[in-house]
Design a protein. Sequence first.
Length: 181
Amino acid sequence: MRQLSVFNQISVDGYFRTASGDSAWMHQQDDDAEFREFTAANARGGGTLLFGRTTYELMASFWPTAAAAEQFPNGLPKVVFSRTLKEASWKNTKLVKGDPATEVRRMKNERGEQMVVMGSGTIVSQLAQAGLIDEYQLVVIPVVLGEGRTMFEGMRKLNLTLTKTRTFRNGKAFLVYEPRT
C-alpha cells in the first residue's frame, strides 16, 4: 500500500496561512544553507504530489520558472483536487473533481511511490478525518501570526506520536508525527 504524508510549514501558533490566505511569511526567515539543502533534498524525494486548488495555483506559478528548476526537480506526477478548475495547466498533473478521500483511498491501493500533500489545508483536513494520512511532516517557523488558517479546521481529535525531530540554525524545527492507532 502506498504511503501518504503531509508536508507543511506552520507558525508556532499552528497556522499555515494568515487570515487573508497569505503564506509569504514562511519565506521571510533567514533560510541558511542548512535549511535550503534540507528543503531541496526533501523536494527530490520522489512520489506523487497532491494539492488543493489554492496551493496548486501558487505552486504552478513558481515551479515552472528557471529559479525553481535550479533548486527542485519538476517532473513529478501531480494531482490537484478542485471542483472549480476547468483544467490543470501544470505538466504531469491530473485534475480530480470528485471526493478527495475516495480518490486517495483508490490511489493508496495502487502500486507506486509515496504520495505527499503540500500545503492544501482543506485537503489535509478531509484526508485526516478519513484516516488516510500516514505521516505529518511539519516545519515550525519561529513566528506567531495570532490568527490564520490551520490545516486541521473542523477536525475532531487526532492523537499523534512524534517519530522524528530536527532543529536548524535559523530557528526552524522539523517535526514528524504519525497517527496513533
